[in-house]
Design a protein around this ligand. Structure first.
Ligand code: SF4
Ligand code: SF4
Length: 95
C-alpha cells in the first residue's frame, strides 16, 4: 500500500533504538519524533541522518490499517508484544 500522507503513526507509536538527531539514544514508544513536522511528514526524509529503521519501514495494511488511529493501535500493540518477547528471555536468564 501507499503510505498515507499526513499519518505519521509510525513516527509516534513505536520505540526507535537508533540514534536520531535530537534523540541521541533513540526515542521511547508513544513519543512523537522531533522530526515529524506539523503536517506529520518527516523533515529529514531525504537526509542521510534518517535512521535505517525508518527508511526500511514500509507501509502495509497489516501495520498501517486504514486510518491513523488504526495504525496507532496496531503499532502500539506490536510495541508491547515486542517488549514482552524481549523481556521473557532476560527473566529466564536469572534462573
Ligand atoms: S503508519 Fe503506515 S501509513 Fe502511517 S505514516 Fe507510517 S507507513 Fe505511512
Ligand atoms: S526520523 Fe523521520 S521517519 Fe524516522 S521517526 Fe522521525 S519523523 Fe519518522
Amino acid at each position: 500500500m501507499q503510505c498515507r500522507i499526513g499519518c505519521g503513526a509510525c513516527c509516534i507509536a513505536p520505540s526507535i533504538s537508533s540514534a536520531i538527531p535530537f534523540h541521541s539514544f533513540g526515542k521511547p514508544a508513544a513519543v512523537r519524533c522531533l522530526h515529524l513536522d506539523n503536517e506529520n511528514k518527516c523533515s529529514i526524509f531525504l537526509q542521510s541522518c534518517r535512521p535505517l529503521v525508518c527508511s526500511g519501514f514500509k507501509a502495509t495494511e497489516d501495520a498501517c490499517g486504514s486510518t491513523k488511529e488504526e495504525a496507532m493501535a496496531i503499532l502500539s500493540e506490536w510495541e508491547i508484544l515486542t517488549c514482552i518477547t524481549q523481556a521473557v528471555p532476560k527473566m529466564n536468564d536469572r534462573n
